[in-house]
Design a protein. Structure first.
Length: 389
């Protein structure tokens, strides 16, 4: 027991030192900036406020739900399997905001940023084939010619309802410095930043599957030459149902490091200029991964309704208890962007493409743990306004 406690304490100490170090870096830079006094006035805004959005392509892997119905015919080959309709959302809209502060005549920049996105996908797929209403066959019975009418009262069908939701939020607190490498001209910038990143991911799945793989018929006999009708039997058929509910989440915090650069290539600062922008960032998030799943499978066998007797047999698959899993994990994060900006006076309009990858962030399994990545990538647009010249 003491070894386990010691191991837990060491892990917590390492995380605390990483976060404390990043915070100390930001605090030291700020205190240093306060002690620097220069007589020259700066023409650059000290505060920048940025608002933007992204059309994100989502990749959120998870185990597919593939229910099996014992003692039942297989799905008719002309129906698509339910797994085809279980896909999580493919696209979502992200909103983001950022505020940056650069002390007057100083090359340190302090920033706080937030990104939030949510996506929902709904799918209802109903596939069916109707049995012919009535058709006739002839058969001898006790030397009497019999006309048999088979009347359909239900059809073969497969019905799938799926609702998937996904949400994510990312917070960044950073302190950065223009390293002044001189690679991009006197008007270019190359800012290296360090800080803390906080991320949270959550997803929910709700899947319901129903099917009837057989025709559902009733028999009506009419003997000749004296017509009469008597219901004498019903064909056997099966009805199946299955459902899945799953909730998955990750919450983590850790140190981050980024490099953002820009270089002008057209225009000038007075009349407006165009710049190329790019950047990369990396982080290591320490947090908890949680998953809770519940699924069940039920089927029914409907025997003949008349002699030799009506039978309704309900069968179920193996018991599937609820699964609740929780695990401490380390999630590496790698991201980057490239774009173009138009700068005029104290305003900036930016367009580009951005991507973020979080490796092994989510437990996407159903009955057993299965690590899956989370990624968001797509075009973005933002507008920035400078304050406090």
């Amino acid at each position: 027991m003491s070894e386990l406690i010691q191991k837990h304490d060491n892990r917590a100490t390492i995380r605390w030192k990483l976060l404390t170090g990043a915070s100390a870096l930001a605090l030291t830079a700020y205190v240093s900036s306060a002690s620097i006094v220069k007589a020259e006035d700066s023409s650059q805004p000290q505060i920048w406020i940025e608002l933007g959005g992204e059309l994100g392509r989502l990749q959120a892997g998870r185990e597919t739900f593939a229910p099996e119905f014992p003692n039942s015919p297989s799905r008719p080959p002309y129906f698509d399997p339910s797994q085809k309709f279980e896909k999580p959302p493919l696209f979502g809209i992200d909103e983001d905001g950022k505020i940056s502060f650069q002390p007057e005549n100083f090359d340190w920049v302090f920033s706080a940023a937030i990104q939030y996105g949510r996506a929902v996908s709904k799918k209802h797929a109903h596939q069916e084939i109707y049995v012919p209403r009535t058709y006739v066959t002839h058969a001898p019975l006790n030397q009497t010619h019999i006309t048999v009418y088979l009347t359909g009262i239900a059809q073969k069908f497969a019905d799938t309802r799926v609702r998937n939701t996904e949400s994510h939020s990312i917070l960044d607190f950073q302190a950065g410095k223009d390293v002044g490498l001189g690679l991009f001209g006197k008007d270019g910038s190359s800012v290296v930043s360090a800080g803390v990143r906080i991320a949270q991911f959550r997803s929910n799945s709700n899947i319901a599957v129903k099917s009837n793989p057989d025709w559902h018929l009733k028999y009506f006999y009419s003997s000749s030459p004296v017509p009469h009708s008597v219901v004498t039997g019903g064909e056997i058929y099966h009805s199946n149902a299955a459902s899945l509910r799953a909730t998955r989440s990750f919450r983590g915090i850790g140190p981050s490091l980024s490099w953002n650069a820009s270089a002008p290539f057209a225009g000038n600062g007075q009349n407006g200029e165009l710049t190329l922008d790019w950047g990369v960032d990396v982080a290591f998030l320490f947090g908890k991964q949680k998953t809770r799943t519940h699924h069940q499978t039920t089927g029914r066998y409907h025997g003949p309704k008349y002699p030799p007797g009506y039978r309704l047999i309900t069968y179920q698959g193996p018991a599937h208890p609820d699964h609740t899993r929780s695990r401490n994990v380390t999630v590496p994060n790698l991201g980057g962007f490239a774009g173009i900006s138009w700068n005029y006076a104290d305003a900036k309009l930016s367009l580009g493409y951005r991507a973020d990858f979080f490796f092994n962030a989510i437990d996407g399994g159903i009955d057993a743990r299965k690590n899956e990545d989370r990624s968001f990538f797509g075009p973005y647009a933002s507008i920035s306004v400078g304050l406090g010249d």
